[in-house]
Design a binder for this molecule. Structure first.
Ligand code: SAM
Length: 281
């Protein structure tokens, strides 16, 4: 008779408050044969707290592929394996997708436990529309890839959710300004921890007050989606001038202002004609 395969179980862990572990998550981690953890040292604190003695091996973005075979062998042998990351849900801006795909391809049952993740509380408490949303995660580091992703997001009407590290936050907000112009944003800092803070603000306000955000801890940034907004001629002219001051040609400035405002080329073109600059259209 064919041996019954084990299960691959994806287990979320707290994003800052140890008490956010579910009863089921503890039970699963106690009962599996092996836990694949992003960083075994980080997770050993959690396991110790909940008196979980299951063996752990590292499973992170640098050894993800090489670990898959080991996990598949155990799973095919009927053993259950759990995957955890340093915080939150594995597979959400964290490794896990490679083993999940491999398990599915090998007819192994995959279970994901509901649980902690950073973007859900951030979105819900942001006060922005949460009926639909776009999870963008971390922006790519390479400028060309980052610019092309932001360009794709310009016309999305639903809130956009990003993850970013504290030391890159200001640069990140400048990239948002460059791509979207001014918009409402909500910056959620240190969720579920002692210094949890929500900054419900705008891109321009953050750029104008660089000290308003404590650049320590972890951040989720929610950007309001594209709104149908009326712009006065004066506002459009100011936006054109801002682009031109960045050493853009009138043609590029018009393109950029059209992208941001989604107003007609003719109107923006006419306004640009009135602007005195050395470069030609
Ligand atoms: N798997 C995680 C999840 O389910 O949300 C995300 C892991 S990702 C490597 C780490 C990023 O998640 C951080 O840089 C930050 O953007 C966000 N994050 C994690 N914990 C957070 C917290 N307590 N408060 C705010 N953001 C957090």
């Amino acid at each position: 008779m064919k041996k019954k395969y084990g299960k691959l179980i994806i287990v979320p862990t707290p994003i800052g408050n140890l008490a956010d572990m579910t009863f089921r998550a503890v039970e699963v981690l106690k009962n599996v044969v092996l836990i694949g953890a992003e960083d075994t040292r980080t997770s050993s604190k959690l396991l110790k707290h909940y008196q979980i003695n299951t063996p752990m091996i590292s499973y992170h973005k640098f050894n993800e592929r090489s670990r898959v075979e080991k996990f598949l062998t155990k799973l095919k042998n009927g053993e259950d394996i759990a995957i955890i990351s340093d915080a939150g849900t594995p597979g959400i801006s964290d490794p896990a997708s490679i083993i999940i795909k491999a398990a599915i391809e090998n007819n192994i049952k995959v279970e994901s436990l509901p649980g902690a993740t950073a973007f859900t509380p951030a979105l819900v408490s942001s006060g922005l529309d949460s009926e639909r949303f776009y999870f963008a995660g971390f922006l790519p580091e390479k400028k060309s890839e980052k610019d092309s992703l932001l360009k794709e997001l310009i016309n999305i009407k639903d809130p956009l959710i990003f993850y970013e590290a504290p030391h890159r936050l200001h640069k990140f907000i400048s990239s948002l300004k460059e791509a979207f112009g001014n918009r409402k944003i909500v910056i959620a800092r240190e969720l579920s921890k002692l210094y949890e803070t929500y900054y419900r603000t705008s891109i321009d306000e953050v750029l104008a007050n660089s000290d308003m955000i404590t650049l320590k801890g972890e951040f989720v940034i929610i950007v309001e989606g594209a709104q149908e907004k009326e712009y006065s001629d004066a506002e459009l002219t100011e936006m054109l001038q801002t682009e031109i001051d960045k050493d853009k040609s009138k043609k590029d400035a018009i393109k950029k202002v059209m992208e941001i405002t989604r107003k007609s080329r003719n109107r923006i073109y006419d306004l640009a004609l009135g602007l005195k600059i050395s470069k030609n259209i």
